[in-house]
Design a protein around this ligand. Structure first.
Ligand SMILES: [Zn+2]
Length: 59
């Protein structure tokens, strides 16, 4: 297994309507159970209770 390196370096694609979750900045914790949310594609998911934030909720 390789270390979790962001293989999608933020480049000049700010015009693309893709989800741009900050790779390292999201020290986000579940408001329900205070577990750390896990980055899952365009969402942050709480593995404990199933709570999640989509990128639409971030911005
Ligand atoms: Zn939770």
């Amino acid at each position: 297994m390789q270390p979790r390196i962001a293989d999608h370096a933020p480049q000049t694609q700010d015009e693309a309507p893709t989800c741009n979750l900050p790779a390292e900045h999201h020290s986000v914790y579940c408001p329900t159970c205070s577990s750390r949310l896990v980055d899952s594609r365009c969402k942050l998911v709480c593995k404990t209770c199933g709570y999640f934030l989509s990128c639409a909720d971030f911005y």
